[in-house]
Design a protein around this ligand. Structure first.
Ligand SMILES: [Zn+2]
Length: 72
């Protein structure tokens, strides 16, 4: 499934289930889905472990994590 497919489908937040996930967080060993509220709540921790955070609602916008930071 691609990110484009996910935008079409309703995917619930992994934390609260009741909210639509608007962020796909790619980790080394898996993926997590978060609503905006829970992404913000866990962002500090996620910044350390996630290698990509995809904004499913605004995919045109600049990703939260720049690739340079990951390589550096
Ligand atoms: Zn949530």
């Amino acid at each position: 499934m691609t990110s484009e497919d996910l935008i079409q489908a309703w995917v619930g937040c992994d934390k609260c289930q009741s909210a639509k996930a608007v962020y796909l967080v790619r980790l080394i060993n898996g993926e997590l889905y978060f609503c905006g509220h829970h992404l913000n709540e866990h962002k500090e921790a996620l910044d350390k472990v996630a290698y990509e955070i995809v904004d499913l609602d605004h995919k045109e916008e600049t990703p939260i994590i720049e690739k340079e930071e990951i390589n550096g």
